[in-house]
Ligand binder design. Structure first.
Ligand code: AVJ
Length: 320
C-alpha cells in the first residue's frame, strides 16, 4: 500500500488482464451469440451511459439518487457510525457522496478495475471530504476474497449501488454476494441498490428511450469491437432491441442483424442470418421476495429497505 497523501492509500491487486479477443470470439461462436456488457464502456460508451441516466424514460439512476439523498439519515441509523464502507466497482464514486455526511464512515474503501480512473475519483472524494480516510484498491470483483482490509474493529459494510447486481445471472449474483458476505464477516452489512420488477411497459420504455441514446449505447459496443479486435461490424446493418423477459425477470438487450452478412472479427469470419442477434446485456429485476431469498441464500438478512415514491427502485440494508 502506497500512501498518496495522509488519508489516501493505494493498493494495486493487479487484476488479471483477460484475453479480450478469445473472450469475444467465444461469445460470438455460441448458438445464441453473446457479448459481455463490459464492452459498452469505452470512452464514448461511458458518455452515452451518462446520457442514458438523463433520459426521461430511464428512471433507475434518478430514483436511486433520490432514495440515497432523502433516506441517508435513516440509512445511517442502520449502518451505524464509524463503519468501514467498502464499494466494489466504485466508478466515479458519485453515489457514495450522497451518504458520506450522514454515514461518517471511519474509512471508505473504493475498489475499481481501472487504476487511473480510480485514483482520480478517490482523490476527488478526498478533496471534498477532508475528514475521511480512503483506501483505493485496484481490483476486479473476483478478488474480493483476497482483499486485505485494515485490521480494525469497525463494522464492515459493502456498498453496491447502481443496480449493478442486475447484470449478474442468478448464479453470478449468489457467488458475488457470498464473497461479499465473506469479506464483511459475521458483524458486517450490505447496502445495495436494486431495480424492481414492474410492468413491462415501464421497463421496455426505460431501455428504448425516444431520443435513441440506449440504441446508440448498444450499437457502440460494435464500434468498440471494431477498434479493439479489430473487426469490421457495419453499425448500420444492426439494430438495437430491448424487451422485458418477464419469466426470467430481466430486460434483455440485443443487437439484431438486419441482413444475412458476415463480419471479420480478429481474422475470423462470423456469419449472421437476418434477424439473428447478439445478446449484449441482461438487466435482472427483483421483487422483494426474490431479493430476500437471494440475501438469505448468501448469509444475509434484509434488515431495512427504502424506495422512491413510485416504488420503482429499492435500496436494501442487509445484516450478516
Ligand atoms: C449499469 C447495469 C445499471 O442495467 O440499467 C442502462 C445499464 N443498459 N441502459 C442497467 C444500462 C442500458 C444499467 N446498469
Amino acid at each position: 500500500a502506497k500512501a498518496l497523501n495522509n488519508r489516501l492509500d493505494f493498493t494495486d491487486m493487479h487484476p488479471a488482464q483477460q484475453d479480450v479477443v478469445a473472450e469475444v470470439l467465444d461469445g460470438l461462436n455460441q448458438p445464441q451469440k453473446t457479448l459481455s456488457p463490459k464492452f459498452f464502456y469505452d470512452e464514448r460508451g461511458s458518455q452515452l451511459f451518462e446520457s442514458i441516466t438523463e433520459q426521461p424514460e430511464y428512471y433507475p439512476t434518478r430514483a436511486e439518487r433520490m432514495v440515497l439523498r432523502n433516506k441517508a439519515p435513516d440509512i445511517a441509523r442502520h449502518v451505524g457510525e464509524g463503519a468501514m464502507l467498502i464499494e466494489p466497482g466504485c466508478g466515479s464514486c458519485e453515489k457514495v457522496r450522497l451518504l458520506l455526511d450522514a454515514l461518517q464512515p471511519s474509512r471508505y474503501v473504493a475498489m475499481d478495475i481501472s487504476s487511473e480512473f480510480l485514483l482520480t475519483a478517490a482523490n476527488t472524494v478526498a478533496g471534498d471530504f477532508p475528514e475521511l480516510d480512503i483506501q483505493a484498491v485496484c481490483a476486479d470483483f473476483s478478488q474480493l476474497d483476497d482483499l486485505e482490509l485494515e485490521a480494525s474493529p469497525a463494522r464492515r459494510v459493502a456498498f453496491f449501488p447502481g443496480s449493478t447486481l442486475g447484470n449478474f445471472t442468478p448464479e453470478m449474483a449468489r457467488n458475488f454476494l457470498r464473497s461479499v458476505r465473506h469479506m464483511v464477516g459475521d458483524d458486517g452489512g450490505l447496502l445495495i441498490g436494486v431495480d424492481r420488477h414492474k410492468d413491462a411497459d415501464t421497463l421496455t420504455a426505460a431501455y428504448n428511450d425516444q431520443a435513441g441514446v440506449t440504441a446508440a449505447f448498444n450499437l457502440n459496443a460494435l464500434t468498440h469491437l471494431n477498434r479493439i479486435l479489430p473487426a469490421d461490424f457495419d453499425t448500420e446493418a444492426f439494430r438495437h432491441r430491448a424487451f422485458y423477459n418477464t419469466d426470467a425477470r430481466r430486460v434483455e438487450m440485443h443487437l439484431e442483424s438486419l441482413r444475412d452478412q458476415s463480419v471479420q472479427c480478429a481474422g475470423q469470419r462470423v456469419g449472421f442470418r437476418v434477424g439473428e442477434t447478439i445478446h449484449s446485456e441482461n438487466s435482472y429485476k427483483y421483487t422483494d421476495d426474490d431479493f430476500s431469498a437471494l440475501a438469505r441464500d448468501t448469509g444475509f438478512a434484509v434488515e431495512a429497505d427504502w424506495s422512491d415514491a413510485q416504488s420503482l427502485f429499492s435500496v436494501f440494508y442487509c445484516r450478516a
